[in-house]
Write a protein that binds this ligand. Structure first.
Ligand SMILES: Cc1cc2nc3c(=O)[nH]c(=O)nc-3n(C[C@H](O)[C@H](O)[C@H](O)COP(=O)(O)OP(=O)(O)OC[C@H]3O[C@@H](n4cnc5c(N)ncnc54)[C@H](O)[C@@H]3O)c2cc1C
Length: 398
């Protein structure tokens, strides 16, 4: 990777991107392909080595972002319910997988080769604003940098209070990327959620991304408040491979482990860390509470920031969810957190009575109120009535 490390003790930039993960590098990519590339931009991260540690998936209608970097596209989505497996081809939204290593390597090489971008590897200790509120300041152990604006995805915003969260739900998972000697996977089909009968923790399911008929990534995923021991996730994957594909441990080679925890919470969106320091990505509260999906929203945010900088010199912020979608998220969170058994029943009806395109449109918040009503009418209403009652005060706060 071509990289340039700034060696100045203190240097002034137009913009600093603090954190070179999904959101920081998405913003860098959007800046690079806009007139903003004429500005001086610094990217700081504790580790600038591209790692294959995350597989970002998203559904998209039309040409997806980073089309040349997409590792795999699926046009059929499978859902495993207790009684049946539903496989549906999708027309409007296709499902895409992007490997973090491909994305990070490409963006870091591109910005590393550009005269106006600097890269600095170091741990960020503090982000602040000058007393006049005209300059944003980034401090690492060794150096300080200043800029008109800092865009950060590293530090928890000071205004964030853990105790304010009513539903501290987490999406936690461990996955194996594996290769098999014989062709067992259908690589046209992504298994979005397989609610196997043997999965009992909270709302739990297998998520499977087949790369080919002989390789893929399988993640045992749980929506609950508590993480599991590593062995517990692994046992589920071992058993699933045996039950579903007749594979015993000697039949496959594990090449990589992917592990993660994604907040699925009623956390408030806190756009600003402090004046002139904007929060990005997960720290910016972009994760959709009821699904954990974040990557598409990160793209919307990057686009909005660049548009704002170009049109009036200040970063724009993406449109926030409308009240009705905030309400749906909160009700679904309530059901997932406090009524996990009912949640499985809701999923059963949701996936049986609606097409995947309709569900993706709803989760994308692109559906009309009429389409929402159709979806709501397709699932059991009692869990929602309980959720509406229980979350009524919280709804007014978020
Ligand atoms: C394993 C995994 C898989 C996921 N898959 C999906 C998916 O399929 N679809 C989806 O929509 N969402 C997914 N998500 C959720 C979300 O999209 C990702 O977490 C995404 O990476 C969030 O982007 P981010 O920029 O906010 O954080 P990150 O990508 O984590 O980037 C933060 C960066 O900040 C750096 N950093 C942190 N602290 C410091 C510090 N003090 N000093 C310097 N640098 C620092 C880190 O090194 C990192 O590079 C996934 C999450 C995980 C954990």
């Amino acid at each position: 990777m071509a990289s340039k490390f700034s060696d100045s003790v203190q240097k002034r930039y137009d913009y600093i991107i603090a954190g070179a993960g999904a959101s920081g590098l998405s913003l860098a990519w959007h800046m690079l392909h806009s007139p903003i590339a004429e500005k001086n931009i610094l990217i700081v991260d504790a580790d600038l080595t591209p790692e294959n540690d995350k597989t970002w998936c998203f559904w998209y209608s039309g040409t997806p972002p980073y089309a040349d970097l997409i590792y795999k596209k699926w046009t059929t989505i499978e859902i495993g319910l207790s009684s049946e497996r539903i496989a549906q081809s999708v027309d409007e939204y296709h499902y895409y997988g992007l490997r973090s290593v491909d994305f990070k390597r490409t963006v870091l090489e591109a910005v590393g080769a550009h005269r106006n971008f600097d890269l600095f590897q170091g741990s960020i200790k503090q982000l602040s604003c000058s007393p006049s509120e005209e300059v944003a300041v980034l401090d690492t152990e060794e150096q300080s940098f200043e800029a008109d604006y800092i865009f950060q995805s590293c530090l928890e915003p000071p205004g964030f209070k853990e105790e304010a969260i009513h539903y501290p739900l987490k999406q936690h998972f461990l996955g194996w990327e594996l290769t098999v000697d014989k062709p067992v996977f259908d690589d046209s089909t992504c298994v979005l959620m397989d609610f196997d009968k043997t999965f009992t923790e909270g709302v739990s399911f297998m998520y499977m991304l087949p790369w080919s008929s002989k390789s893929g990534l399988l993640e045992y995923t749980v929506f609950s408040g508590q993480l599991l021991e590593k062995k517990a996730y692994e046992n589920k994957i071992t058993r699933y491979l045996d039950n579903r594909f007749g594979l015993s441990p000697g039949d496959y080679q594990i090449s990589r482990i992917e592990r993660g925890v994604i907040p699925m919470q009623d956390r408030p969106v806190i756009p600003w860390y402090t004046s002139r320091v904007l929060n990005l990505g997960t720290q910016g509260g972009l994760t959709k509470p009821s699904t954990g999906y974040t990557f598409s929203r990160i793209q919307d945010q990057a686009r909005a920031i660049v548009e704002g900088l170009l049109s009036h010199g200040a970063p724009g912020t993406p449109a926030v969810s409308s009240f009705r979608f905030k309400a749906y998220d909160l009700w679904l969170l309530d059901i997932l957190y406090t009524q996990p058994r009912e949640a499985l029943n809701v999923f059963h009806h949701l996936f049986t009575n609606n097409s995947m395109d309709e569900i993706f449109r709803f989760l994308n918040e692109d559906s009309s109120p009429f389409e929402d009503l159709k979806i709501m009418a397709s699932v059991p209403y009692l869990p929602f009535l309980r959720a509406i009652w229980r979350s009524r005060k919280r709804l007014m706060e978020i």
